[in-house]
Design a protein around this ligand. Structure first.
Ligand SMILES: NCc1[nH]cc(CCC(=O)O)c1CC(=O)O
Ligand SMILES: [Zn+2]
Ligand SMILES: [Zn+2]
Length: 328
């Protein structure tokens, strides 16, 4: 054989094969999305998300304690209010006695080492289920929506969140939120992670069931990106970087690896996050159950693809599994 023909042959040993990775999955790269509901004693399984539950704040010690022991370092909170009165402006989102603010305080008290991010959106809290405030004709009213969402984020920061992550997709929200955080004294105490390139995907179904956040009419296509919109995604990444986002996120992850690559190229000095969403998680489980592949092998293959594309942080429901698998 010719010298220049040898490629894989030079890396025959498993360790040498590991060195081919530019970046390897570590526990610090994992952020675990968790659902907090307003019945403090609840532990309710979410049938569409294997192994995941809605938790009440009195159960957080039992839920997170074993994971923290295994090396869990960060979570992102989603509120699932079932007993509150929803309205047009999503008033329950930052109710001081609501599940998110209560959970921030509880987790800080129980697990001071855990980094707490909060998803910021109104869809779980509005009576119409859309992510912002509406005009009379039912369309999204962008500016008051962005202002209300920034207000919610600041209240999460005040409650002790280390990171706020707006997933609503209103234009201009990052600038408003960064300004608001600085003015409220959180300029150096709260990270702003933007869901910059969030696509109108078919992969959010299990989440909407888990969070009770499906829109009561219409869809989210006016504010989330069309799946084919590479240019818009690139512009959104550049805009959010300029508006003060500290972390850029791409969501979903697996069908949008090229966008993760674009983000890494457009914001090379920022951490790049990607969200392996509920439908991706359910799909990987379904395939494993059908005997298409081994669950663990496939989970690592998808995570590796995201890191290879340029991600430095992965939001994934596989976090508890990865904590076990990375131990072995
Ligand atoms: N703003 C709501 C929100 N925040 C995170 C997700 C999806 C997360 C997942 O599917 O795991 C969604 C769903 C949506 O936009 O409809
Ligand atoms: Zn929303
Ligand atoms: Zn959201």
């Amino acid at each position: 054989m010719d010298i220049s023909s040898v490629l894989q042959g030079g890396y025959h040993h498993p360790l040498a094969r590991k060195w081919q990775a530019q970046r390897q999955l570590t526990k610090s790269m994992l952020m675990y999305p968790i659902f907090i509901t307003d019945d403090p004693d609840a532990k309710v399984t979410i049938s569409s998300l294997p192994g995941q539950c809605r938790w009440g704040i009195n159960r957080l010690e039992e839920f997170l304690g074993p994971l923290v022991k295994k090396g869990l370092q960060s979570v992102i909170l989603f509120g699932v209010p079932l007993n509150c009165v929803k309205d047009g402006r999503g008033t329950p989102a930052d109710d001081p006695s609501g599940p998110v603010i209560q959970a921030i305080k509880k987790i800080r008290e129980l697990f001071p080492t855990v980094y707490i991010a909060c998803d910021v959106c109104l869809c779980e809290y509005t009576d119409h289920g859309h992510c912002g405030l509406l005009n009379n004709d039912g369309t999204i009213n962008n500016s008051p929506s962005a202002a209300r969402i920034a207000e919610v984020a600041i209240n999460y920061a005040k409650a002790g969140a280390h990171c706020v992550a707006p997933s609503d997709m209103m234009d201009g929200r990052i600038k408003l939120m960064k300004r608001g955080l600085i003015d409220a004294g959180f300029g150096n105490r709260c990270t702003l992670m933007s869901y910059s390139a969030k696509f109108a995907s078919s992969l959010y179904g299990p989440f909407r069931e888990a969070a009770g956040s499906a829109p009561s009419y219409g869809d989210r296509k006016c504010y989330q990106l069309p799946p084919a919109a590479k240019g818009l995604a690139r512009r959104a990444i550049q805009r959010d970087t300029a508006e003060g986002a500290d972390i850029i996120m791409v969501k979903p992850a697996l069908p949008y690896l090229d966008i993760i690559g674009d983000a890494a190229q457009l914001a090379p000095d920022h951490p790049i996050a990607c969200y392996q969403v509920s439908g991706e998680f359910a799909m990987i489980h379904a395939g494993a159950k059908a005997g298409v592949y081994d669950l663990r092998t496939m989970a690592f293959e998808t995570a590796d693809s995201m890191l290879r594309a340029g991600a430095t942080l992965i939001l994934t429901y596989f976090t508890p599994d990865f904590l076990d698998w990375l131990e072995a």
